[in-house]
Design a protein around this ligand. Structure first.
Ligand code: DP6
Length: 333
């Protein structure tokens, strides 16, 4: 195997959300989730064997292209995952990683980051994971949504309920129903309450068991709408689901409140644009930022309206992507 190895892995946006766990150690979800893999919001990770035995070197690519020692929370997560992937006997590694988008602000940076790290390190160590292995190994980092970043297009996790490994599986290719995602960033800072803590508190919501009862029908609606290219049905189910997730979060004890004023304004904007005849719907992961899903024909109008909304700091134009890959474009220090 060549040394170094560089992997690129995408973030994903959940259309049906993973919220609540049945097993925090194995990272098993309370319900099946379904996501769209993104194309431009990606993490890059270069893994390199060091000649000398000793400590791993962990580097972080800053948005301006600089390289700094990985900040403590990121370094801790990488170290724990390296122990899982390599054990404590293997060669010392230099890991250099970074994202093309804000970290830990509800754009699934852990999902893309851990998938890129897993693909780079396992490939460097000669394991050549298939997508199902990559899904399972990436998820064991603790980032459940990483299970879905192993594939392109639309992805379900778990792929089949009876699979004890809980690997994700593809539902539909990216080009079968390509969508645009106008991501409205209303806060660049890492969220105060982690997803992990949110999952833990989910069961304390009095509405949680009701959510689990309603999800199979909503998930089936989303899958059908994707397969048939039925944007109107998709929009209705996706927005119900986004609000439902945050209803559970806000009604947990203690509450997990991610929304900001601009989050609410963007939900209203999606409804207004839809009433004006545009194909658009809003969804929100664990954070205040809003993803406005739309078609290529309506993307520019959605982008203009989102950019003009008070409280929106930046927008990212993304679209359905094709999944992780290896590249020779290594991150160097
Ligand atoms: C609301 O535990 O996967 O985004 O590790 O921080 O990426 P991170 O979160 P994770 O929970 C994701 C929760 C969610 C919904 C989803 O992506 O399904």
């Amino acid at each position: 195997m060549t040394n170094p190895v560089t992997a690129v892995a995408p973030a994903n946006i959940a259309l049906i959300k993973y919220w609540g766990m049945t097993d925090p150690t194995a990272v098993l979800p309370a319900n099946p989730s379904l996501s769209m893999t993104l194309s431009r919001c990606v993490s890059h990770c270069t893994a390199e064997k060091l000649d000398a035995a000793g400590e791993d070197e962990l580097w972080w690519r800053t948005p301006d292209g600089g390289t700094v020692p990985a900040p403590a929370p990121i370094a801790d997560g990488i170290r724990r995952h390296l122990l899982r992937l390599r054990g404590d006997e293997g060669p010392a590694l230099r890991i250099t990683t970074g994202n093309t988008f804000p970290t830990a602000a509800g754009i699934a940076s852990s999902a893309s980051g851990f998938t890129a790290l897993t693909l780079a390190v396992t490939t460097l160590l000669g394991r050549q994971p298939d997508p199902a292995d990559l899904s399972v190994l990436s998820r064991l980092s603790g980032s459940g949504s990483a299970a879905r970043s192993a594939y392109g297009g639309y992805v379900r996790w778990p792929g089949t309920p009876e699979d004890p490994s809980s690997a994700a599986a593809p539902v539909l290719d990216a080009d079968a129903f390509p969508l645009c995602d106008v991501i409205a960033v209303v806060d660049n800072e890492p969220k105060e309450i982690s997803s992990r803590e949110g999952h833990r508190r989910a069961v304390t919501s009095p509405y949680f068991s009701r959510r689990l009862e309603t999800l199979p029908a909503r998930t089936a609606t989303v899958e059908r709408a994707l397969r048939e290219g039925d944007f109107a049905a998709l929009a209705e189910a996706v927005e119900q689901e986004a609000v439902d997730l945050h209803l559970i979060a806000m009604s947990a004890g203690p509450p997990v409140f991610y929304w900001q004023p601009a989050t609410v304004a963007l939900l209203a904007l999606a409804r207004e644009l839809r009433a004006d005849g545009l194909d658009v719907c809003a969804t929100i992961d664990a954070g205040p930022n809003v993803h406005l899903l739309t078609t290529a024909a309506h993307r520019d109008q959605v982008m203009d309206a989102v950019t003009a909304t008070p409280g929106v700091l930046t927008t990212i134009a993304d679209e359905t992507g094709t999944g992780p890959y290896l590249t020779d474009a290594h991150l160097t220090r």
